[in-house]
Write a protein that binds this ligand. Structure first.
Ligand code: HEC
Length: 76
């Protein structure tokens, strides 16, 4: 992310919330090992992707939480 901001300085302002809040809060949710905390934060995290896409005028890049497992390894 930091290298991306260096190379795309015009996008840096929109990235502030993502870098300073969304990523650290997501990291804390992972570390908590609490599934409810994780899902709540994952929804916020996903929303913050779309907030930036809207601010940067690419709202058609609409990030959604996957509802199927995208892996050839399937869990029963
Ligand atoms: C700092 C603002 C910002 C944040 C935060 C952000 N994006 Fe983006 N994203 C963009 C911009 C701007 C583009 C369009 C870039 C372009 O096409 O030049 C983009 C494009 C994309 C694309 C399309 C890439 C392609 O060309 O196919 C995907 C996929 C994507 N973002 C996923 C995400 C996900 C997932 C997150 C959150 C985890 C996220 N983005 C967070 C700004 C952001």
């Amino acid at each position: 992310m930091n290298r991306g901001l260096e190379r795309r300085p015009a996008r840096a302002e929109s990235a502030q919330h993502f870098v300073n809040h969304a990523i650290p809060e997501m990291e804390q949710a992972v570390e908590s090992e609490d599934p409810e905390h994780f899902m709540r934060e994952f929804e916020n995290f996903t929303q913050s992707c779309n907030t930036c896409h809207a601010a940067e005028e690419v709202p058609h890049f609409n990030v959604k939480i996957p509802d199927v497992r995208q892996s050839p390894i399937q869990l029963d």
